[in-house]
Design a protein around this ligand. Sequence first.
Ligand code: SF4
Ligand code: SF4
Length: 160
Amino acid sequence: MLKHTGIISAEELKAVLPPSVRLEKGPVAIIECLQDIPCDPCVSACPVNAIKMQQGITDRPQLDFETCTGCGACVPKCPGLAIFIVNLKHAPGMATLTLSYEMLPLPEKGHEVTALDRSGRVVGKAKVLRLINPAAYDRTAVVTIEVPADRINDIRAIRV
Ligand code: SF4
Ligand code: SF4
């Protein structure tokens, strides 16, 4: 489990994944934040109030999948790099994954990067579709990559 290994378990992941009916509608966030830590910038980052913390700042964020538009505004605001946007409607057999990236060099649009799982193991190659890195993101770039749809829940990092 996350608390002991630093890596979310399959059971924990299941609890934060959107239902398949929501995934079929298009982009949506997945928040892999399972620790009761005093942190909440994701809440105020969301323009549609899809993220809530019922018990205050140490509560875990609860995402309303139906309200979430998949806009990605919360992604660069998470200091834990724990928020991802998945889009299973990208293309037949292919999905997109949007994630934070704080290393250098930054990837470039159109380039191929190495897709990694949560342990840093290589999953395969991925094409960079988009990079957003405005000053307001404070050096947390947001990268969107194209990945096989059947690996969307495995890939959670990249190596440039
Ligand atoms: S992706 Fe956009 S709508 Fe969804 S939780 Fe994040 S900020 Fe809110
Ligand atoms: S900003 Fe990130 S680490 Fe902080 S509560 Fe939200 S999801 Fe968790």
